[in-house]
Design a protein around this ligand. Structure first.
Ligand SMILES: Cc1cc2nc3c(=O)[nH]c(=O)nc-3n(C[C@H](O)[C@H](O)[C@H](O)COP(=O)(O)OP(=O)(O)OC[C@H]3O[C@@H](n4cnc5c(N)ncnc54)[C@H](O)[C@@H]3O)c2cc1C
Length: 384
């Protein structure tokens, strides 16, 4: 068996799998390696499944629009049910602080051509009738956004990638990258050695460990976030509801009702919980459920079936880090996806394929400028 590839992707997650699929479709010989037992066992399986284009930074908007197109047309194009629902996203304002943040962002989003509008409390209640009228100022609604099952979508893309010729090896940890003479020549795992002139780091929360293998110090730090899922109930909620108001212990939370009836939710802890801990806590559920029931009182009667904890691979400014290393020829990064790797992965995968084949459009070039590993990392992406 040949152990020489055009591209080796480190990480079979939200980014690595779609990237491998796009590259294999283009005729490249691709190997994907992951230390876990099957696809999506890093952060991908922790995502609750939201996919939106309504960001505020042009690069994320463009990539998000393409991901939305791929996800929302998946079933009619490829036949797999990924439990997609075009339910939209609604960011709610329960204090003047959120109203200002959301209205300021709206101006940028509408200028970028996104389908999003502001609704006062009565208008928003017509879209999300279950919201608590008390204290609600209003919010935004973007009807074209949606959600699907991270497990089903990840596996559907994985199946396509394999059909297109990408090879996957699981239970195999990358332990070293051969970059003698300043150029990638291959890599070593705990099981074998492979040759390739291009290595893509799609290592999620573990991306910095991979960077260290070529002597680079990537500014990506994982932190822990928790999610949960309830029993299924009759449909009552269309959009993903996002509440960005801070409260003791958390910066924001978001939830939606899945196509199969369950309410899926997660919270962003404050202070941040840095590190690789993926063990669920007992503190998360009481904290998030209090917040959710205050915003949507009818949730009080729902029983929670399961909670979990996963990692956001955070970059310093909240935007992904994408591009070639200047120091090591053939070393490509798609890291620091923060809380948006699931929604950006499919569009980003296609972009990475064009990067590898040096077939960039003008729009690609401006996206890559914005996400450059060598940008100054000043400021903070909104809604990261
Ligand atoms: C509770 C929660 C809810 C979330 N909800 C959403 C959401 O609704 N929408 C959204 O877009 N995002 C969401 N996210 C964020 C999303 O899960 C991440 O941004 C995304 O999964 C990151 O993708 P990735 O490909 O960079 O990393 P991963 O999916 O983690 O993939 C990286 C892979 O690299 C592998 N790897 C790393 N190092 C090595 C090595 N040395 N050798 C072999 N393999 C290696 C890992 O095993 C892993 O499988 C959520 C996250 C959490 C925790």
């Amino acid at each position: 068996m040949s152990r020489t590839y055009d591209v080796i992707v480190v990480g079979a997650g939200s980014v690595g799998i779609p990237a491998a699929w796009a590259m294999a479709r283009s005729g490249l010989k691709v190997l994907v390696l992951d230390r876990f037992a099957s696809p999506g066992q890093g952060s991908n399986k922790s995502a609750i499944g939201g996919i939106r284009a309504t960001h505020s930074e042009p690069a994320k908007i463009r990539i998000g629009l393409r991901s939305l197109e791929i996800a929302s047309t998946w079933e009619e194009t490829y036949g797999d049910d990924i439990e997609w629902s075009t339910g939209g996203y609604s960011f709610v304002a329960v204090s003047p602080r959120e109203e200002k943040i959301l209205k300021d962002l709206l101006a940028v989003q509408q200028a970028s051509g996104l389908d999003i509008a502001w609704y006062d409390a009565d208008g928003l209640l017509r879209i999300v009738p279950a919201l608590n009228r008390e204290g609600l100022i209003g919010g935004t609604y973007s009807p074209g956004d949606g959600h699907c099952s991270p497990l089903l979508f990840c596996h559907a893309i994985y199946d396509r990638a394999r059909t297109a010729g990408a090879e996957f090896r699981f239970h195999e940890a990358v332990t070293g990258i051969d970059a003698r003479g300043g150029r990638v020549r291959g890599l070593t795992t705990d099981k074998a050695t492979y040759a390739a002139q291009i290595v893509l780091n799609a290592g999620g929360g573990w991306a910095s460990e991979i960077g260290a293998m070529v002597g680079l110090d990537h500014p990506v730090q994982p932190d822990s976030h928790e999610g949960g899922i309830t029993e299924p109930v009759a449909p009552f909620l269309g959009p993903m509801v996002v509440d960005i108001s801070p409260a003791p212990g958390s910066a924001n939370y978001y939830f939606f009702q899945h196509a199969t009836g369950q309410v899926v939710f997660c919270i962003t802890p404050r202070p941040v919980i840095p590190g690789f801990d993926r063990d669920a806590t007992s503190g998360f559920l009481p904290m998030v459920s209090r917040r959710m029931v205050r915003l949507m009182p009818r949730l009080a009667n729902l029983r929670v079936r399961r909670t979990w904890r996963g990692l956001y691979p955070m970059s310093p400014d909240g935007a992904p880090i994408v591009g070639w290393a200047r120091e090591t020829e053939g070393y490509l990064m798609a890291i620091g996806l923060c809380g948006q790797g699931f929604m950006l992965g499919p569009g980003l995968g296609e972009l990475l394929d064009r990067v590898v084949r040096d077939d960039l459009t003008d729009e690609d070039r401006s996206i890559l400028d914005e996400l450059s590993p060598y940008r100054p990392f000043e400021g903070q992406a909104a809604l990261k």
